[in-house]
Design a protein around this ligand. Structure first.
Ligand code: PHE
Ligand code: NA
Length: 445
């Protein structure tokens, strides 16, 4: 069978940006930054994106394009005689873990969207938005329903194939999301008391750098936000043909994704302080902050509908890229049809997501790792452990298994200063940094 391909390089860029920009920029970025002290975290995160993230993104896409296979298949094809493909399995596992909680959180976004459409969210609940949201996510059935609905949307798009539906939806909704975020940022900054939030985000308190966990979280956030290391970008890269040039596209994806995160910080933190919300309230942070903002604004309900629609689409363009990894794997390795593979994986993810959702309520006492609930544990393993390990392996493959000429060639770079710097980064600097940050955290656990 002929391998599917993107219609154009722009199609690839949109899909890859769609994968990168998602709940990670708004939901995850703001709560992880909030938990890790704000400004100093932001600096570490941006340094990770620049030194580790973008160079490795080029590595990952170029492996996919070269091998023209799913993640396990790519490793098998490029290194037939050694067990590198084991890394591929870790990548597939990570996409399953991430999708399990991603779709639960995206379900919360759908629930808000529906609430604003029907007008239920327009009224401030008696005990406030925060408490009401906590009650909602701890229920047994309602959040599971929205999680299931979101998985159905994701499955249908992957089942049909990525080209038409998602490319078009992204073309319209990503600019809408960007405009809305910028508008909200301007609004948020004018809230009384916003200065404290801006200071939290932009005046680093360097004392948090004593804690190794902050480096670890910043690196994990960079990997998560860039969809890096676990085969998403490799699989998308495998639908590229050799004639399409990579470096510019990859830098564009990285810059765009980081901008979205910074802007969403400018939306969230002024409001967090203006409304007296605790910046370290964890995964529920944006879901209690945003309704407060919308409540204060004129036309807030209309804007909220558009916002949660755009956020839900941003989430879908990421979730389909997550689902595509195991689906592409099964299509090749188990010779399943796209339909059967999408259905099978979606059902599995739905079930595993149910445990995540129950973990916010009935099973909140279940803490597999440290004092983390099910969502946080899956996220920790996938984003902070599996993503950096898989990313490290990619860097080692291209930096050490390929020779310099092959590495540069695979990534469309020349043997000039840019190519040389990139090669230095992926061969030595990124792997060493990943290892140091990693060991530092493990030793301190
Ligand atoms: N990068 C996506 C986001 O920020 C999440 C994601 C992670 C998507 C890993 C694919 C793979 O929302
Ligand atoms: Na992102």
């Amino acid at each position: 069978m002929q391998r599917e391909h993107w219609a154009s390089r722009l199609g690839f860029m949109l899909a890859a940006m769609g994968s990168a920009v998602g709940l990670g920029n708004i939901w995850r970025f703001s709560y992880v930054a909030g938990e890790n002290g704000g400004g100093a975290f932001l600096v570490l995160y941006m340094v990770s994106v620049l030194i580790i993230g973008i160079p490795l993104l080029l590595v990952e896409v170029s492996i996919g394009r070269k091998a023209q296979r799913d993640i396990v298949g790519s490793y098998k094809k490029l290194v037939p005689d050694k067990p590198w493909f084991m890394v591929g399995y870790l990548g597939v596992l990570a996409t399953l873990l991430i999708l399990s909680f991603y779709s639960v959180v995206a379900g919360w976004s759908l629930y808000y969207l529906w609430g604003y459409i029907t007008g239920d969210m327009a009224q401030m609940p008696l005990d406030g938005y925060g408490a009401t949201f906590d009650t909602f996510i701890s229920r047994d059935y309602a959040p599971v329903f929205w999680h299931g609905l979101f998985m159905i949307f994701t499955m249908v798009i992957v089942l049909v194939g990525v080209k038409n539906g998602i490319e078009l939806a992204n073309k319209i909704l990503m600019p809408v999301l960007a405009l809305l975020m910028i508008g909200l940022a301007v609004y948020s900054v004018t809230l009384p008391g916003s200065g404290e939030g801006l200071a939290f985000l932009f005046q680093p308190d360097w004392s948090v750098l004593k804690d190794p966990a902050v480096y670890f979280s910043a690196m994990g956030q960079a990997f998560f936000s860039l969809s890096l290391g676990i085969g998403t970008m490799m699989t998308y890269g495998s639908y590229l043909s050799k004639s399409q040039k990579l470096p510019g596209a990859v830098v564009g994806i990285g810059v765009m994704d980081t901008l979205f995160a910074v802007i969403s910080g400018i939306v969230i933190f002024p409001a967090v302080f203006a409304f007296g919300i605790d910046p370290s309230s964890g995964p529920t942070l944006v879901f209690i902050t945003l309704p407060e903002i919308f409540y204060q604004m004129s036309f807030g309900n209309v804007i909220a509908v558009i916002f949660f629609m755009a956020l839900s689409f941003a989430a879908i363009s990421s979730s389909i890229s997550l689902l595509e990894v195991p689906v592409a794997y099964l299509m090749r390795a188990a010779k399943m049809s796209r339909k059967a593979a999408s259905l099978l994986v979606s059902i599995g993810v739905f079930i595993s997501g149910v445990t995540v959702s129950l973990g916010m309520g009935r099973w909140s006492g279940v803490t597999p790792i440290g004092n983390r609930n099910i969502l946080d544990s899956m996220d920790y393993i996938a984003s902070n452990v599996l993503m950096p390990i898989c990313g490290l392996s990619m860097a080692l493959l291209v930096g050490w298994y390929f020779n310099r000429k092959e590495a540069l060639h695979a990534s469309d770079l020349n043997n000039n200063q840019i190519g040389g710097t990139w090669y230095l980064l992926i061969k030595f600097i990124a792997p060493i940094l990943i290892l140091i940050i990693f060991l530092n955290e493990i030793v301190n656990v």
